[in-house]
Design a protein around this ligand. Structure first.
Ligand SMILES: [Zn+2]
Length: 616
């Protein structure tokens, strides 16, 4: 079914983003023997899938092993290097990738590229991964394509400059270009064949020579690369028809050059360069082309094509940057330049920092700087972790469920038994808690977060139902993605799924209808209190939808009431959950859509709130 060159494709109905890339040769020994084109093609699709997953909350790359081999396999050096390049400035492969062979399949488990909540973790780390920035800059006499981190820093500088001032040195730049010794040659009408130019290549001068008759094609490529490189710096000159090593004028033979069409090619190539402005202008890269006659033995031999490129106020690309993501329609798509910059600069709403940093940025609440502390406080209140003990939360719901459904207790005990301790969070519908559609026939859903295990979501059905699997997977995927993007969880994370059936006819008869087929490697286990607590903190943020609820009004009221900072967040829970759209007739009542799990959280919060009011 899979062909060798199939492009990466998302596998539907999985509890995680799973991208199939078809057949790939695995292992250094075998990859070394591959024909170059095939090797590059395979690498390209694996890196593209990895890039999309890093940018979309993480997931799994599924490869069918193309080569015949039984021994345990390494990935292959070229693949490993290409993947490591994606995660610069971090250069530790294992921080983001785990590999595992499962039968004829080879899996790469990809962790989300999300940055930590602490600003100091992020100073150098671009918010997204890219395969190529398409941003060229001059560095000495060479032209380099910026890596992701360099591009990130470059964009920050450009944005800063644009904010600081209008470009008041615009005329200054002109002077720099005109005081360049290359300017004299640029202005000249005629050069002798073999003449040695009196200036070398530099950060603002590049020599190129093409003896090919397909000159238009070559010039177009050179323009795409060098124009942005000079424009992003302080401007410069590109001389085509000069040998770079000895600065010798050779010219492009006149029979190869149609001046009108070449002029058009250059103008078109420049006009197609994607540009982005942090300033308020809509200027394009400005340039000037001259054809300087080259004479050989007093006859016209050809031309030097000289291009003067002005410095550009903001950012010029050679083409759209190459970066991928999984969109809402579950397709793997390439970002365009505008979206890429929005994500790189953190102005994209998806990437706005989470609750914790919103709190920490708030100046109106001086005690609230440490937003992280509040989340931790809330988590200890709502989902307390005590090593060595099992906790079923909300307790009241668990009591209710287990008395309503005979055999549920036994079934759940069977499931949690392999783990030593942890927390099981029940809801009549986790789907509703996450804003998804409820499903008939679901008795309850439970999220298992246990020591030394992978988080697992259980859906317990009253009767067999073929759609149970899709339902459970959909919740698990949504939950995982929200924990990462909204909750800001930065560890390796998966949510496994299991659909169980509690038959009412036969007591304690359980039926394991389905469980997720991909086995995640050990680093995906939650080991120890710290990991478990930070995941639960992310869960608090996700469940309470804090990002939308927190506003200045809340903060002000709480400050006026002189509520100590440690309890301010607790007070926000009932405020938010009771709040409905203004003017709504039920305004002030608890939202009807609020699930039992959330209601329970409200109760806990309100108890604490009342206790406090009584005690003061
Ligand atoms: Zn600009």
């Amino acid at each position: 079914m899979q062909t060798d060159d199939c492009s990466p494709l998302l596998q539907p109905s999985q509890p995680d983003l799973v991208i199939r890339v078809g057949k790939v040769t695995i292992g250094e020994k075998c990859r070394k023997k591959l024909p170059k084109i095939r090797k590059e093609k395979e690498k390209e699709k694996v890196v593209q899938a990895a890039c999309a997953l890093l940018n979309s909350g993480g997931g799994v790359i599924r490869m069918e092993i193309a080569n015949e081999t039984d021994c345990p396999l390494d990935l292959g050096l070229d693949l490993q290097e290409a993947l490591t390049e994606l995660i610069l400035p971090s250069d530790i492969f294992d921080d983001f990738f785990d590999t595992e062979k499962q039968g004829r399949m080879f899996h790469i488990f990809v962790k989300s590229w999300r940055r930590g909540a602490l600003p100091e973790d992020n100073s150098d780390k671009p918010p997204i991964c890219s395969m190529c920035s398409s941003l060229y800059r001059r560095s000495g006499t060479s032209t380099i394509c910026l890596n992701s981190r360099q591009a990130y820093n470059f964009l920050k500088i450009k944005k800063n400059n644009a904010q600081k001032a209008r470009i008041n040195e615009e005329s200054g730049h002109q002077d720099i270009l005109e005081s360049n010794p290359a300017f004299q040659v640029f202005q000249s009408k005629k050069l002798e064949y073999g003449h040695i130019l009196p200036f070398p290549e530099s950060h603002s001068v590049e020599f190129k020579h093409f003896s090919t008759p397909k000159i238009n094609q070559y010039v177009k490529k050179a323009i795409q690369k060098y124009t942005p490189a000079f424009a992003n710096n302080k401007g410069g000159y590109l001389f085509i028809g000069v040998e770079d090593e000895d600065r010798k004028v050779l010219g492009c033979p006149k029979e190869n050059v149609d001046r009108d069409s070449l002029q058009r090619v250059i103008a078109q190539a420049v006009s197609k360069l994607p540009v982005f402005h942090f300033c308020s202008t809509d200027a394009r890269v400005s340039f000037e082309v001259k054809f300087i006659d080259v004479y050989k033995e007093e006859a016209l031999y050809g031309y030097v094509v000289a291009v003067k490129i002005e410095p550009f106020c903001c950012v010029a690309f050679s083409e759209d940057p190459v970066s991928w993501k999984v969109n809402e329609q579950q397709e793997i798509v390439r970002m365009n330049m505008t979206e890429w910059i929005a994500k790189m600069m953190g102005t994209d709403p998806d990437f706005a920092e989470g609750f914790a940093s919103q709190l920490s940025l708030s100046d109106s609440l001086p005690h609230c700087r440490k937003g992280m502390k509040h989340t931790a406080h809330l988590q200890q209140l709502l989902f307390p972790v005590s090593p060595g003990r099992w906790q079923y939360i909300p307790e009241s719901l668990w009591v209710e469920l287990s008395s309503q459904h005979k055999g549920l207790e036994e079934l759940i005990h069977q499931q949690v038994r392999p783990a030593s301790w942890g927390i099981l969070i029940f809801s009549r519908s986790w789907a509703v808690d996450l804003g998804l559609e409820e499903k008939q026939g679901v008795l309850c859903d439970a999220l298992l977060i246990a020591h030394n295990s992978r988080p697992t979501l259980y859906t317990i059905l009253g009767d067999q139902d073929a759609e149970g699997q899709d339902y459970c997977n959909h919740i698990a995927l949504t939950l995982k993605q929200k924990l990462v993007t909204m909750g800001g969880y930065t560890g390796k994370l998966c949510v496994m799924t299991k659909v169980l059936c509690l038959s009412p006819d036969i007591s304690a008869m359980s039926l394991e209808l389905y469980s997720s087929p991909i086995v995640y490697p050990l680093p995906y286990n939650l080991s120890g209190t710290q990991k478990i607590e930070s995941l639960l903190q992310a869960l608090v943020i996700v469940l309470l939808g804090f990002r939308s609820s927190l506003n200045h009004q809340h903060e002000r009221i709480l400050s006026l009431l002189e509520v100590p900072p440690s309890q301010q967040c607790v007070c926000l829970i009932p405020t938010w959950l009771r709040k409905d759209k203004p003017g709504h007739k039920d305004q002030g009542k608890i939202r009807t859509s609020v699930s039992p799990l959330k209601l329970n959280l409200v109760n806990v919060a309100e108890k604490v709130w009342h206790k406090r009011r009584i005690s003061t």
